[in-house]
Design a protein around this ligand. Sequence first.
Ligand code: RB5
Length: 149
Amino acid sequence: MTAGDRIVLSSDHTAIPLRLAIAAHIAARGWVAVDIGPTTAESTHYPEHGEAAARLVASGDCRFGVVLCGTGQGIMMAANKVKGIRCGVCGDTFSARMIRQHNDANMLSIGARVVGEGLALDIVDAFLTAQFEGGRHATRVEMIGALER
Ligand code: RB5
């Protein structure tokens, strides 16, 4: 990650305060937070928001994506339907680091009803600062890509 890298953020209605906190945190660390909403607490549909964020990552417009819903699970499932997306749900920093190092994840999902703000910010940091290790892991990530073809 380098300063100025664009990180798209999206969520459903359950996760708006946490998403805003993460967006501010990302911006304070020198990355560009591309927050695509939603902005009102009206009930909404997580597949739409997962897809919208995933398309910005898959197109190359954004380097990474951070998505949130109540559990983090539904929006992760939706994001992973977009070709080229590797999104994992994380509730701990070890997993957040490992999905970058071993799985070359390009999106992170967090459950706003599962994880408090302090831990969520640490999870985001772990994800955004870890580097993909390549090597044998690149072979396996290629195999994931082959499943899409
Ligand atoms: C919304 O009630 C909830 O189902 C959603 O935020 C998410 O947890 C789904 O995976």
